[in-house]
Design a protein around this ligand. Sequence first.
Ligand SMILES: [Zn+2]
Length: 161
Amino acid sequence: MKPDWIQCDCKGHAGYTSWPTAIGTPSPGIVKDALRIHRDVTRELGIKLGCTTRGLGQSGGGGVSRVGSGGGGRQPQPHMTCRRSAYDEVLMIPQMLELVHEYDVDGFWVDGENWASAPCWCERCRNEFRRRSGLDGVPMTAGSRTGSTGSPSTGICSPNT
Ligand SMILES: [Zn+2]
């Protein structure tokens, strides 16, 4: 049997990497670089090496976590990232480039994007909503027509009506 691919789990939802990354947070307890071993062996056998990594659905810290509406109160969502944060530029893309440069991986499976995509109510996102809509208030729940300032807004989908 000769598989087309070998795939290694490279980063989980908690944000730990399975390789000794210089950019993020390696999993505690790494004693040997298993990804290096997989790369060396797959190269020797002529088998492609892929990496499974989490994209948007990852614990962040450093202000990259999504803030949910929490049904009116804003709650941090530590396992999801805010799309307006620097997560992509300071962590996700640099880590993927590290895997390309250091291990010459042949591909990625970026997992969990469907369930990790959700609205965010952090300061950055609320400011962007105000900028794009021209409204002062930001609806705090789906279907809400009242902005966070208490002033009436005209809704998320039709801000000018
Ligand atoms: Zn946000």
